[in-house]
Design a protein around this ligand. Structure first.
Ligand code: C2O
Ligand code: CU
Length: 544
């Protein structure tokens, strides 16, 4: 049984040049003598907490502190200039996820989860020294058959990435630059982009899913004068809410699901049954009876959230991944796939009751208690227009790339690995856009699931999602559309950096490749997929 997945992967290189799904995949996989079955999900070896049995709303919602620079250091490219420098140390620590649970060992930036919030102003660059002070043994089961996590690598490695930031390649958290405990890297963040809810997290090759699950996440709020001029809720009325799901053993420790093959413990998606909000299970927050700005970040490995308010009032969504929408939108439900963000306003004045819950279907996440009005809080009006959002014109694209989103299944249809464009991580680079050029990427989803696809460096717009003929693709590699394209809904019509590629659809996105030439990555943000080949390099070529 050992490494059946790995053998499959190696053996299939030539035969399965393209990922297949369903019956087609089975037909192809069958004749392979050594392509057995993917390991199945193992029963947890220890009893897990049933979150439904825990008291609700007994812990205050933690608000991560705003990071303060420790020093000033010379600008790497311009030594005469000194920049603020933050030190972010990754280390193990223990924290209670809930009042009635024993302390949980976690890994976090500055010994907290989420880590301190990095706040940036457009045009004001800074440096971050990312220090790996983690233990040398991993908290969670490493799968050494995964590409980039082989036994010859240090078991614990880390490299930080700011999701959604336009930074040069040498500060972007290239997954293979992950480094062991005792070392650090100094990264430079130009902050030369529009205000947006960004977030930072680990990106180490082959173990990103484990490092993030262990707690290596934090918010990064980028501001700009145009946004500040809108008079949106700020200060104590602005809360980052970082959401993720976990399985917790009754001894308080994190449980990460594994397969029944100890030599190849990878599972295709890790879902928890407990939703943590800023690192707490069922917390409460006390608020003033006024409007708040919530920065919702989905930091889960695989879970998508469908958030709503228990009083059936809408959120007012003002922003998505890469900043403000054109105009505020009333939304009863906010759906977020892993990696995605939503910037929403909620008015806690004039509620019918003293509290309201932020909910996921079937489960509360956070209780918001509204304090009695002590003073008159002037209800700031929300501007009806937030910013101009010029559409990128598909006619300006110099190239359209057809890129498959696929998975390789075993004989029973269980996922064994995922691919993009039919390629493995280590295959030669195929995506090589020219600096400042506009391209369209058409993501052809051959699988039965939605995959949140994320590109580093750039922001993009969704052109459309369009149904296509899967069989024509599987048989002849012919891209045959079977219906008209569906334009993105208004909440998806702003600048994005992560897009849901739906099954049976071609998801078409358009972007201008602004930034410094170099190697970056694009990948699925389901972290188990990302770690198991659903990540590819791309190379930004210098403009001619
Ligand atoms: Cu949030 Cu490459 O990732
Ligand atoms: Cu995926």
């Amino acid at each position: 049984m050992r490494s059946s997945r790995r053998r499959f992967l190696l053996g299939a290189g030539g035969l399965l040049a393209y990922p297949l799904v369903g019956d087609a995949a089975r037909a192809m996989a069958m004749p392979m003598a050594d392509a057995r079955t993917a390991p199945q999900l193992a029963e947890p070896g220890k009893p897990l907490v049933n979150p439904a049995t825990l008291a609700r709303f007994v812990d205050a919602l933690p608000i991560p502190p705003v990071a303060r620079p420790d020093t000033h250091r010379a600008h790497p490219a311009d030594p005469g200039r000194r920049l603020p420098c933050y030190r972010m140390e990754m280390r193990a620590f223990a924290a209670r996820l809930h009042r009635d649970l024993p302390p949980t060992t976690l890994w976090g930036y500055q010994g907290m989860c989420p880590g301190p919030t990095l706040e940036a102003m457009r045009g004001e660059p800074f440096l971050v020294e990312w220090v790996n002070a983690l233990p040398s043994r991993h908290l969670l089961p490493v799968d050494h058959t995964i590409h980039g996590a082989e036994k010859h690598h240090a078991e614990v490695r880390a490299v930080a990435h700011v999701h959604g930031a336009r930074v040069s390649a040498d500060s972007d958290g290239w997954p293979e630059d992950a480094y062991p405990p005792g070392r650090s890297l100094l990264y430079r963040y130009p902050n030369a982009q529009d205000a947006a809810t960004l977030w930072y997290h680990d990106h180490a090759m082959g173990i990103t899913r484990l490092n993030i699950y262990a707690g290596l996440i934090g918010a990064y709020l980028l501001r700009d004068p145009e946004e500040q001029a809108l008079g949106l809720p700020a200060g104590a009325q602005e809360l980052p809410l970082i959401l993720c799901d976990r399985l917790i053993a009754r001894d308080g420790q994190l449980y990460y699901p594994v397969s029944d093959d100890p030599a190849a413990p990878w599972v295709s998606e890790a879902y928890g049954n407990a939703t943590l909000c800023n690192g707490k299970l069922y917390p409460y927050a006390e608020v003033e009876p006024c409007r708040y700005r919530l920065r919702l970040i989905n930091a889960a490995n695989a879970r998508h959230f469908e958030l709503s308010l228990s009083n059936r009032r809408p959120f007012l969504q003002i922003g998505s991944d890469q900043g403000l929408l054109h105009a505020p939108l009333e939304r009863m439900r906010v759906e977020l796939y892993p990696g995605e963000r939503a910037d929403v306003l909620v008015d806690f004045s004039g509620l019918d009751g003293p509290s309201v819950e932020l909910r996921q279907p079937g489960e509360p996440i956070l209780q918001v208690r509204v304090r009695a009005r002590r003073r008159d809080v002037a209800a700031a009006s929300v501007p009806s227009r937030l910013r101009e959002l010029p559409r990128l014109d598909p006619a300006t694209a110099v190239r359209e790339r057809i890129l498959t989103v696929g998975e390789m299944d075993d004989v029973n249809g269980n996922a064994m690995m995922m691919t993009l464009g039919g390629h493995h991580w280590s295959d030669p680079i195929t995506e090589d856009p020219m600096q400042d050029s506009v391209e369209i990427w058409s993501l052809v989803n051959l699988t039965g699931d939605a995959h949140p696809i994320h590109l580093h460096l750039v922001r993009f717009q969704i052109i459309e999602r369009r149904p296509f003929d899967l069989f024509a693709w599987n048989e002849r590699k012919e891209l045959k559309y079977t219906g008209p394209g569906q334009a993105p809904a208004p909440h998806e019509a702003g600048w994005k950096d992560t897009v849901r590629a739906d099954p049976d659809m071609v998801t078409r996105i358009i972007m201008r490749f602004e930034g410094e030439p170099g190697r970056y990555v694009w990948h699925c943000h389901l972290l188990e997929h990302e770690d198991n080949e659903m990540m590819r390099p791309f190379k930004l070529l210098p403009r001619a």
